[in-house]
Each structure stands twice: as C-alpha cells, then as structure tokens.
Design a protein around this ligand. Structure first.
Ligand code: ZN
Ligand code: ZN
Ligand code: ZN
Length: 271
C-alpha cells in the first residue's frame, strides 16, 4: 500500500489569493499547498481517492491518476468536494462509487443536482454511485475495495459530524483524519496500530473547528502511529516553521512525536 498526498493546504490553499505574507511568497516548494486530498494505492492496483477539492484536476494530472476505484469523502465543505465534476474522465466506463455519511451524500445531491438529473446524454457529467456509510452500524460501516479494507471514523468538525478513514491492507494500516476539532472516545480504537496517520492541524493558534498543532500532537501522542503527518495547514507557518515547532514541543514535552508536516507530492510506502 502506498499513499500520495495530493494536497496539504487549508480551505484557501497556499499561496492565498492576494496575500503577500512571507509564507505565501516563500521560495520553498513545500509551502505551495493545494486543497487537502490523499490518494491511496493498493498493492493490487486499487486506487482510492479521499476528497476531491477544487484542484482535483491539477492534482490528478500531476500524480498521473489514470483510474479510480472509489472516492471517500470526509465532509461536504467546498475545499473537499468542489472538484467532483472533474472526476468525469475517470468515470467513462463505469460509475465511481462515492462513500460518505448521510449528511454529506445529501449535500452532494443538492450541490451537484445536475449530475443526478436525467437531462443530458453523452459525456457531459461525471457518473457517480453515491453510497452512504454509517460508522454507528453494527459492522462499523466497513467495506472493501479490492484488497483494501476501509472503515469510516466518526469525528466532529465544530458541530458537524464528519468522517475520517482507516484503510488497511494485510497488517498495514493508515488513517486520514482532517478538519477535526474533536475525536469521540468511541473512535479511538480505529486509530490504534497505525503505520501512518495523516491528521488535520491548521495552525499554532486555536481554532473553533480545526485542531491546532498542540491538539494534533496530543492526539498523536495518544494513539502513537509509527509516523504522523500534519495536513490542512494554513499560511500562518512555513513548512520549516512547522518542523521547528514540532521539534521544540518534542523537547519540552519529552515525547518523540515522529510527526512532520505533509507536503504536496509526498509519497509514503507501507511495505
Ligand atoms: Zn477543509
Ligand atoms: Zn499568506
Ligand atoms: Zn471543513
């Protein structure tokens, strides 16, 4: 199993339009962040995308995505779903299964109403097969895509119920959890035994609907993945600033966090 970070930025991306701050003007390519998204490649050739934001087309071209077997949505905020139309070329031969919680599915039906109306014939619309998953179901809402076992993780984004995703292949496991401000106790077992955790961590300062760096580090210390990456970063800190922040906290807290900021194009193999 292999993951590719397609985007690691917060809702406005970095650089932010019309911003001339030092991070938005940075010469470090890791400070250019598209909207948050992850591609998971199974060893059987499975291709699973998590979220399709406004830059999906650019991300797909850059990563050479030529096929998708499933799209997993975390929630229906614009920065996570507004690239849905651009999956069109990947759905020519069969509808793409799109998994999300009930609220996100409803929101997508409303936001992308044209997709579900029988108005046009031909290739003008993406072909999607919406599938509601319920983490409270008896089986935890788990399903398989080829050799990948996928389990939704219930979390809160302010007052909104959102999903993180745990993906397992054999003995390997990763979890992707972004735009989270609270993880219920019942979800913690799904964060155990992780090789990789990609976790939303907006900035150093507190935020009402996102983990800040310290909250993300607390979670990482608690679930102890082999490796953790911050994602959904904003322009308050440069890539190097985030590295330095984590190092300083590790020293103060006496904890080896094994965490670093993600960057667009980061590829991690889980052997
Ligand atoms: Zn977001
Ligand atoms: Zn800026
Ligand atoms: Zn959001």
């Amino acid at each position: 199993m292999e993951i590719i970070v397609l985007g690691s930025g917060t809702s406005h991306g970095i650089p932010v339009i019309a911003c001339s701050c030092r991070v938005c003007r940075s010469a470090d390519p890791r400070d250019v962040r598209y909207r948050a998204s992850l591609l998971v490649r199974g060893s059987g050739g499975e291709r699973v995308l998590i979220d399709a934001g406004p830059e999906f087309r650019l991300q797909a071209v850059r990563a050479g995505i030529d096929r998708l077997d499933a799209l997993l949505l975390t929630h229906a905020h614009a920065d996570h779903v507004h690239g849905l139309d651009d999956i069109r070329p990947l759905t020519r031969h069969r509808p793409l299964p799109v998994y999300a919680n009930a609220a996100t599915i409803d929101e997508c039906r409303e936001r992308f109403a044209y997709i579900f109306k029988e108005t046009q014939l031909g290739g003008g619309k993406p072909s999607v097969d919406l599938r509601t998953v319920d983490p409270a179901a008896a089986d935890g809402g788990a399903f398989s895509v080829g050799s990948l076992r996928i389990v939704p993780i219930h979390a809160k984004h302010g007052r909104l119920d959102i999903l993180g995703w745990r993906i397992e292949e054999g003995s390997r496991a990763l979890a992707y959890l972004t735009d989270v401000s609270f993880i219920p106790r019942s979800s913690f077992p799904l964060l155990e035994g992780l090789d990789v955790l990609v976790l939303g961590a907006l900035r150093e300062r507190a935020h009402e609907t996102h983990f800040n760096f310290d909250q993300a580090l607390e979670t990482i210390a608690c679930v102890a993945p082999r490796k953790a990456f911050f994602s959904h970063l904003c322009h308050d800190s440069s890539h190097e600033d985030v590295i330095a922040y984590i190092a300083a906290r590790a020293k103060t807290d006496g904890i080896e966090y094994r965490a670093e900021p993600a960057w667009d194009g980061l590829c991690v193999t889980l052997p």
